[in-house]
Design a protein around this ligand. Structure first.
Ligand SMILES: Nc1ncnc2c1ncn2[C@@H]1O[C@H](COP(=O)(O)OP(=O)(O)OP(=O)(O)O)[C@@H](O)[C@H]1O
Ligand SMILES: [Mg+2]
Length: 503
């Protein structure tokens, strides 16, 4: 149905695509895989008419086509859900979905009734619970992502491109999405699916195209690939032993760094008691919005607690602002890099040293050269793929932007590091590297609290996992109880009867 041949694209000195190929057929879900910066989003953007390739050919149904604009792409029956959402934040849900695709009545005027019905059906189908008149910017990130996909699907495309749409979604939302994708596939749609979550590849995809440094390295049915093969094709290296360090030791005897008792945050979090010890990696799991963000925000000093106490290194603390938290040695990495963590128009170097400067204080003199070296080291250590240190951070691929933010905070060496979906959009190889770095930091005495929407990541990295359900802790998992089944059950509140708080 679709074929891209020998696609080349340069952005100044950066070669984004170097002869990349991609084929897809009707009634197929094809995974498009590759490390951060390997060129996946650029391929998607070429098909969407947002990036003009320097060279290469595209065929639809065997006919050569030229895609010079979004309109060309749409005419060919292609619809796209982008990694950096294309919704307009200051417009309503309805207007965003209908934009450029308004249903017209017989005299050519927008048929409002028909439009409202279409929107209602679409929101129902995607289980999106929101007011169609709400401004998109007021909705949680995962709802925005669901809308981005719903919008693409509403165009009834023949070819649907999904660029990392599940990075911001939670377990229940992903199940809804997968059901819809299966239906669309049965109807004969060709779906190209970019993801870094490997369990999804095996669950939903039929075939895979794997890219490395702008080239296509393999195209194969999923049944012929296993996880190690995929990592091999992505990186060119066979992974060392199994997956990340499965350190399961309970470190619950050491020094208590964080002791939260009976925490309440108005209106929906109550009775949260939890502990984190020195050198421990504590996971926070749960479906979207079960109180995890509130906990993190309280620990950051960004939200007020209604009741309860927080002790940090043995002393009660009362945080009034994130600056208080930073001065006590509490660091924070957010998966929402655009909104909370990155300065997109500033250079890569400025973004990395931002944290160091903040902590340096006025009496610590930092020379431009030492800052530059610091930034250079960070780029090397975290293998961040950049054009040059003076390029804007927005020129990096999604996953590389996220690595930038993580590098900055780890470099500050906080006592307690709070991570909110830190590896969202980070490829599996880099994710393992980041996990190793976090484990090393923990071994050296840092305490890490990580909230993640990705169950696999939580199970991989945490010593202990507190699972949130409807604003309270529904289960605490460690050692043998740290299993995927138990985690999912607790996330769905299926064990609320034997609810226990604290370790
Ligand atoms: N507008 C741009 N200006 C400069 N460089 C760019 C631009 N868009 C992409 N690049 C570069 O092209 C390369 C490929 O980027 P792309 O976004 O396609 O990667 P990706 O495979 O989608 O990665 P990720 O998994 O991190 O999303 C990267 O090195 C990126 O920095
Ligand atoms: Mg991308």
């Amino acid at each position: 149905m679709l074929e891209m041949r020998a696609i080349e694209k340069r952005f100044d000195a950066v070669v984004a695509l170097n002869g990349a190929q991609l084929k897809s057929s009707a009634g197929e879900i094809r995974a498009l895989l590759g490390s951060n910066g390997s060129g996946k989003s650029t391929m998607i953007k070429v098909l969407a008419g947002l990036v003009a390739p320097d060279r290469g050919k595209i065929f639809v149904d065997g006919q050569p086509v030229t895609i010079l604009s979004g309109l060309d792409s749409k005419r060919l029956g292609i619809a796209t859900a982008f990694q950096d959402l294309s919704l307009i934040p200051t417009m309503s849900v309805t207007d965003n979905i209908l934009l450029g695709n308004e249903p017209l009545n017989s005299v050519g005027i927008v048929d409002t009734k028909q439009a409202q019905q279409t929107i209602r059906d679409l929101l129902d189908r995607f289980h999106i619970d929101c007011d169609p008149a709400a401004y998109v910017q007021t909705l949680p990130p995962s709802t925005q992502t669901m809308l981005e996909v719903a919008k693409a699907v509403s165009l009834h495309p023949r070819i649907l491109l999904l660029d990392e749409v599940t990075a911001a979604l939670h377990y229940d939302e992903i199940q809804v999405l997968f059901q819809i994708l299966r239906e669309l596939k049965a109807e004969g749609m060709s779906i190209i699916y970019v993801t870094h979550r490997m369990n999804e590849v095996f669950e939903i995809c039929d075939s895979a195209t794997i890219m490395r440094s702008g080239e296509t390295v393999i195209d194969a049915p999923i049944s012929e690939l296993n996880l190690d093969d995929i990592v091999f094709y992505m990186t060119g290296q066979r992974p060392e032993v199994a997956s990340a360090d499965a350190c399961c030791e309970s470190t619950t005897e050491g020094e208590l760094v964080l002791d939260v008792k009976d925490l309440e945050v108005y209106p929906k979090v109550w009775g949260i008691s939890m502990k984190a010890y020195k050198g421990e990696i504590v996971g926070i799991g749960g479906l979207q919005g079960q109180g995890q963000p509130e906990l993190i925000r309280v620990l950051l000093g960004a939200e007020k607690l209604a009741a309860g106490t927080i002790e940090f290194c043995g002393k009660p603390i009362h945080l009034k602002s994130p600056a208080d938290a930073v001065s006590l040695g509490i660091g924070f990495v957010s998966g929402e890099r655009g909104r909370e963590a990155m300065f997109p128009l500033r250079t890569v170097e400025e973004n990395i040293v931002a944290g160091k400067v903040a902590k340096g204080g006025i009496f610590q003199y930092l020379t431009p050269k030492s800052l530059r070296n610091f930034a250079k080291d960070a780029v090397e250590k975290y293998e961040i793929k950049i054009g040059a240190l003076h390029h804007p951070a927005s020129s990096l691929s999604g996953g590389n932007q996220q690595k930038l933010v993580i590098a900055r905070w780890i470099a500050m060496n906080p006592v307690l590091l709070l991570l909110d979906d830190p590896t969202k959009g980070v490829d599996i190889h880099s994710r393992r590297e980041i996990h190793k770095i976090l484990r090393r930091c923990a071994d050296e005495g840092m305490t890490i609290l990580i909230s993640s929407s990705d169950s696999e990541e939580l199970l991989d990295i945490s010593d202990r996992i507190y699972v949130f359900y409807e604003g309270s802790i529904s289960d605490v998992l460690c050692d043998e109880s740290k299993t995927a089944d138990r985690l999912v059950a607790a996330m769905m509140g299926m064990n609320a009867a034997n609810r226990k708080a604290g370790a």
